[in-house]
Write a protein that binds this ligand. Sequence first.
Ligand SMILES: Nc1ncnc2c1ncn2[C@@H]1O[C@H](COP(=O)(O)OP(=O)(O)OP(=O)(O)O)[C@@H](O)[C@H]1O
Length: 248
Amino acid sequence: MAQGEKVIVCDKLTKRFGDFIATNEITFEVNKGEIFGFLGANGAGKTTAMRMLCGLSTPSSGKASIAGFDVYTQTEQIKRNIGYMSQKFSLYENLTVKENIEFFGGIYGLTDQQIETKTEELLNRLGLKSEAKKLVGSLPLGWKQKLSFSVAILHEPKIVFLDEPTGGVDPVTRRQFWDLIYEAAERGITIFVTTHYMDEAEYCNRISIMVDGRIEVLDSPTNLKRSFGVSSMDEVFYQLARSAKRGD
Ligand SMILES: Nc1ncnc2c1ncn2[C@@H]1O[C@H](COP(=O)(O)OP(=O)(O)OP(=O)(O)O)[C@@H](O)[C@H]1O
């Protein structure tokens, strides 16, 4: 693939629910292999936007293409080219680690041979070889999150969407999760991540911050801190969120 290729292109993408505009003319592009943070206070419109980008919800107006596919007419192709991990992650607690990997490999249409190779690779990379036969339900939360992310990219999608992937774990565990994200991005997988944690925001190449349905700012964490004249992303976020009308 060409360097500088845009894998997400979004132009005035909008979603209305009746008179209410949940996502209001959002416009941005994300490059191949980029780690893009999608931030905003509660109710800002992130989930609504992400559902449109994943081909799960039809926009009211505007344009978007994901991995070159149109969000109105090519949703099946979009789903085949993305990975998705939600806050609740989709692993089966009553299956073992190995069985979960095999299950998702099957869902994604990998051959038995590919599944075997991937399972071996993944167990080694995660250091979970001795836990392969343990039930996922018995693993600590941080491990479940890492496994869930690894499973979401098992089929080497062009883009992986992560919806608050590290809820409920400490900063050190989050940092370990991010090592996996960096590895995936280096392999050319584009990462689109929502988070409420500002340490995570700092790890992104660029972030956008939504306020009341609109993207208010979009830049690298360093540039945002500089332009707001503050030393942490917390302060940038706070200054923007203060003006929000929606949310808690
Ligand atoms: N199906 C729907 N019908 C009507 N309103 C909706 C619907 N889905 C979302 N909304 C509203 O759209 C706004 C944006 O919601 P959304 O879930 O996208 O926000 P968010 O940024 O993801 O928030 P959070 O961080 O709390 O998940 C909210 O005010 C929500 O109540």
